[in-house]
Design a protein around this ligand. Structure first.
Ligand code: TYC
Length: 113
């Protein structure tokens, strides 16, 4: 937060013992932190399952989803979205639950941006 010090009395800028007030110079509208949701590669989850996850939970087109899936497959990890803490947590839980129900070892995590 930035502040402005205002001193009363003589205007030479020197501190002559007068009272001073501190006022905010910027309104305090801190944006909430954002979180990256990451998808991790593994050797067993079928490619088409990962594509379906990206379509279902991240609103990607089939082409987009296939592209990101291939990036994870080749590089080991990719950011699949950036969200508020609460939304990121929900996405991670949805993916992990969906993978578990289908008995795939797919891993999804989040980290502060
Ligand atoms: N590596 C997997 C396979 O060859 C495919 C895969 C892609 C798995 C992305 C997980 O997040 C992942 N079947």
């Amino acid at each position: 937060m930035q502040h402005l010090v205002i001193m009363s009395g003589s205007d030479d800028g020197k501190d002559d013992g007068d009272a001073s007030v501190i006022v905010d110079t910027k309104p305090k509208t801190k944006r909430p932190p954002l979180y990256k949701v990451l998808l991790l590669n593994d050797d067993y989850t079928p490619m088409e399952f990962v594509v379906a996850v990206l379509e279902r939970f991240f609103g990607m087109s089939h082409a987009q989803a296939f592209e990101i899936m291939l990036t994870v497959h080749k590089k080991g990890v990719a950011v699949v979205g950036v969200f508020s803490h609460e939304i990121a947590e929900t996405k991670v839980a949805q993916v992990m639950d969906f993978a578990r129900r289908h008995q795939h070892p797919l891993q999804c995590t989040m980290e502060k941006e």
